[in-house]
Design a protein around this ligand. Sequence first.
Ligand code: GUN
Length: 302
Amino acid sequence: MTAKLILGTEVQATILKEIEAEVHKIKQERGVVPGLATILVGDNPASVSYVTLKVKTALSLGFKEVQDNQPADISEKDLLALIDKYNKDDSINGILVQLPLPKHIDEKKVINAIDPDKDVDGFHPVNVGRLMIGGSECKFPPCTPAGIQELIIRTGVETKGAEVVVVGRSNIVGKPIANMMLQKAKGANSTVTIVHTGTKDLAFHCLRADILIVAAGVPGLVKPEWIKPGACVIDVGVNRIGEKISEKTGKKVAILRGDVDFEKAKEIAGSITPVPGGVGPMTITMLMKNTLNSLKFKLGIA
Ligand code: GUN
């Protein structure tokens, strides 16, 4: 049996259309549009390509978008001052500082400097706390976990009582998605296990999973024999394993691989995300949704 493909690209198109319509309506009724400031420090190729896509998407939806590229040697003080400027800017509803940052900058200080009510990444400790409490308390679920949950819901996979195994414990994906899946809420209410580099028997835990969420950053880590037949497999890995010339554009592009051996896994799983085209597009989509929601919270219409 071949698994149902969970296509983030298709879900993205649907959600972006909904966001665009809402932006249009708010603009007509209130005369304002969501504003997103995107700060990129340096020229890490992966970060450049992510930020370029985020900016392009925001503009296509009618957002105000301020792309603020800074040199890799910007001082921590100057970066914090820049964040403060956007915190005070009324036309900006969301501030995104692309991670990782150069080593001389303390990432924690930068995240803590963003106004929690403009933290559309959901990385500020206040928003991490709101996420843990759950329900209406949570204003900005982090974008990749929010995208994963949306994909699971739209695929129609039963989450209530399901065994969810999350591979990876990062602050950006592993910890938040585990927390979201255990909430008593739609698309959640699951029994959650987090496995990581300290786990003794990864295969044992993965094999128990009705929903297996893999965010380890290790290409091909999850072997097909670790997958329970019929399971829903969400592969968050976007590993650059080389470069090739694109047939479409003739330009150099990265060759991407997920954390799951996709070709073999799709013969065992019930549903599975491809890489690319699975979770990736959802991260950007949920960033747009969080930015729109930030404006709606401010206007009191959320
Ligand atoms: N780097 C990798 N993923 C993300 C993300 O979701 N947000 C930010 N700001 N940086 C990232």
